[in-house]
Each structure stands twice: as C-alpha cells, then as structure tokens.
Design a protein around this ligand. Sequence first.
Ligand code: SF4
Length: 282
Amino acid sequence: MKITVAPSAGFCFGVKRAINLAIDSASKFDSELNTLGPIIHNPQVVSQLKDKKIFPVDTIDEIKSDKVIIRSHGIKSDVENKILQKNITIIDATCPFVKRSQEYIKKAFQEGYFIIMVGDDKHPEVQSVISFADSARYKVVNRIEELEQIKFNEKIALISQTTQDINFYLSIICEVFKKTSKEIIVFNTICDATKLKQEEAALLSSESDIMIVVGGYNSANTNKLKNICKKIQNNTYHIETEAELEYKWFKNAENIGITAGASTPDWIIEKVVEKIRSFDIL
Ligand code: SF4
C-alpha cells in the first residue's frame, strides 16, 4: 500500500496567521480572550485553543473583555461598527485574501456595478465580504440556475468566495458573458492556497484507488476538495478525524491519496496516515 499526502494538505497561510495571532495575543493577556465565531472551521483545533484561554462566542454581548479576535473569514461591516461603538479593541485576524475581496466589493459598489458573488450565502466569509455593498445591489449565487433571478440590465461585477472551485467560477463567468453585452468586470479572488490545493487534489485523485479528504464538516474549502476528488475518484471519503476510517474502504487498494482542508492541522493528518498504515498490517 502506497500512501501519498498532497504537499499542500493542511493549514494555509491565512489560517496559520490567524492562529498565531490568537495565541500570541492570549499569551499577553491574563483572562479569557474571545473570538467572534470559531477562529477556523475545525472543531478539534478550536477545542485545543481553549487550553490557551481562547474561547469562541457567537454574539458581541457575550464578549468577556475589552478585546476580541476577528477570525480569518472576517466580519460584517455593521458588526464591526457595533464592536467599535462598545469600545472593544479588535485584534484582526481576517485573512489578507478576504480583506482584498472586501476592498474589491467596496470599489465595485461605489462605482455602480451590480455585484454577483459566487459562493455560499450562509458562509461567514461571503457574509462579511458582501456586507460592504447595499443588499439591493448584489446577488449571491451557488448554482448556475440562480442567474435567472438577475435582470442583467446594468454593468456587472463578478467576485467569488476565496475557496470556490475554479471550474465552477469559470462556468458562471461564461454564462454571464452569454447573458449580457453590458460591461463586466471579473475579480480573481480565489486564493492561491485554494488553487494549489484543488490542482493537487485533482491530480492525486486520478492517481489513487481511494481518496481521503480530512477536514471539518463545516469547512467550505474541505467540502470543495471532497467534491473535486469525488468527481474523479468515486472512492472518496470525507472525515474529520482518524476515528472515522473504516478498514473495509482500503481492501484491494494499492494507492491511497490524502488531502486536507486549510483548517486541518498536521497532527490530525499524521494520525490519519498512522491509522491507514495500521490497516496495512492487519
Ligand atoms: S483558504 Fe485562502 S482565503 Fe481562506 S484563510 Fe486560507 S489563505 Fe486565506
């Protein structure tokens, strides 16, 4: 049995930066420090951070000190204003790629474009980015059919969630071009870490008998990786931890591919590899 882990599997630059900033800030602080929402979409990491006195809260009213950490996905502009009104200091761990998307949206909105954001409207990153435009001036789409709800009688700006599947974004762009001859601007907002992970996952899926995708069930980029792998290799399994691996999946498998979402720490990936190796000697 040959086990190959995609070189880019696991923490991306934005997640590493957010966690380091949180740990560093907590070490300088005596009491509990809160993140608004879980700092990353990985329950095992969020649970470990509690040992370092870093606790997630869901609302501004639950913040227990005069400081709060903003997670890598960023926050909505009105929530940011409310925090500042309460004189709470923001420790901003928003990923620079998400910040860049926020700047693009502000610019497109100010310049009068109708904005189409390609992503999941319930995802915190999408909610934070799109909050910089008026709700009457955008539509978030997650399926091509949703474009039918747009009038296409004005100039259009297209932007994607940073973790979007590049091929899906391209298919939406093509469809929009077919629907209007008005001006269109396209922002390339899929982050470099996501592009690399998706390319490696697709290649590894084509070379493997089984693909294991490791990451939080609530992690958008992990779910995208699972979908990309599944299209190429039907024997694709999404797990959060090694405890979910089943021996029967690996019977007759020679080449095992592993990839992991941007919020999955190395120690979880290592445990997955270890458990699969233990199946090999059964
Ligand atoms: S996946 Fe990309 S945008 Fe999201 S935190 Fe990582 S580097 Fe930033």
